[in-house]
Design a protein around this ligand. Structure first.
Ligand SMILES: Nc1nc2c(ncn2[C@@H]2O[C@H](COP(=O)(O)OP(=O)(O)O)[C@@H](O)[C@H]2O)c(=O)[nH]1
Ligand SMILES: [Mg+2]
Ligand SMILES: [Zn+2]
Length: 290
């Protein structure tokens, strides 16, 4: 039978049959070890329903190491407008990561009830203007949830963002029920507490899956070569074709040599995006040296 792994703890895998919705508790066949590929959540597999054994893992379209998940088609980056404040450096890092693995991005600005309309606009337009899909949400009041639901249709989406930004609350309102534990922000330190511990896929509707993951905030951004980073800043791509040098870093070159820098100085590239590019580039540089 064909199925999808929706949960994994230790060597036990829950495999769903997408047609019947039946879930089977499976082990992986020992011989799978020889292939060097360990099954993970999101894997399409061939399994024996009577013996509860996974026999084969189908080729993956993508694979993320931390948390371990395969075959996602888009990432929903949840950014809290307040408590905690938006972390655009993290967002830009994660958007670059999504571009590097060829996965679509959705930016969900949450807790919009806590700030002025103008504050939301100022942030969201940076991303809307360069072609990203943005949604304004107040999960607490159910605002923006239906718009998000439309974007999730027929996709396998992972929710990402710092703890406390509202991922679990959003997922719960999508399901109209409590499926993940909500962490309370402690009034004392305003630091989000993450209570979700498992990576698990939930079927929202037929062919539509979503995953709430713990610690999905750093990704493997460090696997990107600094020379490649600008390719994953989508609004840079058109300008960088005309830079004078093949290996232009778009940082230390002059605005005459570098068309990205020129565009930034002319206000055609957002200054937070450009600044974050420089910061991430420097981080990648340090990381590689280290
Ligand atoms: N004011 C406001 N609070 C929210 C909203 N969404 C979530 N919260 C609160 O933010 C806290 C963290 O939410 P949670 O879903 O656990 O965040 P997670 O760590 O990303 O899963 C909880 O106390 C939620 O009630 C929202 O839209 N508005
Ligand atoms: Mg959570
Ligand atoms: Zn350049």
């Amino acid at each position: 039978m064909k199925g999808i792994i929706i949960e994994n703890s230790a060597n036990l895998y829950k495999v769903i049959d997408p047609n019947s919705k039946d879930v089977y508790n499976c082990l992986a066949r020992g011989s799978l070890k020889n292939t060097g590929i360990t099954p993970v959540v999101g894997d399409r597999v061939e399994f024996l329903d009577k013996e509860n054994v996974i026999e084969k893992i189908y080729d993956r379209t993508n694979y993320i190491k931390r948390p371990k998940i395969a075959n996602i088609t888009q990432i929903v980056f949840v950014v809290s407008m307040k408590a905690p404040n938006p972390d655009l450096l993290l967002l830009d890092k994660q958007l670059a990561f999504a571009e590097s693995i060829g996965v679509k991005s959705i930016i969900a600005f949450n807790k919009c009830d806590l700030v002025e309309k103008e504050t939301i606009e100022n942030v969201s337009k940076i991303y809307k203007n360069i072609g990203y899909c943005t949604i304004e949400i107040s999960a607490k009041n159910g605002i923006g949830i239906e718009e998000l639901r439309q974007k999730l249709k027929d996709e396998c989406s992972v929710f990402a963002g710092n703890s406390g930004v509202g991922k679990s609350t959003i997922i719960n309102s999508l399901f109209n029920e409590q499926i993940t534990e909500e962490g309370e922000i402690s009034e004392k330190n305003k630091k989000g507490k993450n209570t979700t511990t498992l990576v698990r896929l939930y079927e929202l509707e037929k062919d539509t899956f979503i995953a709430d993951t713990p610690g999905f905030s750093t990704f493997d951004i460090y696997e990107i070569e600094k020379e490649d980073l600008s390719h994953y800043f989508i609004e840079f791509v058109d300008y960088m074709k005309d830079c004078d040098y093949v290996g232009c870093s778009h940082i230390k070159e002059s605005e005459n040599e570098c068309k990205v820098k020129k565009a930034y100085l002319q206000g055609k590239i957002s200054s937070t995006r450009y600044d974050n590019y420089c910061k991430i580039y420097e981080e990648l540089n340090k990381y590689k040296k280290w």
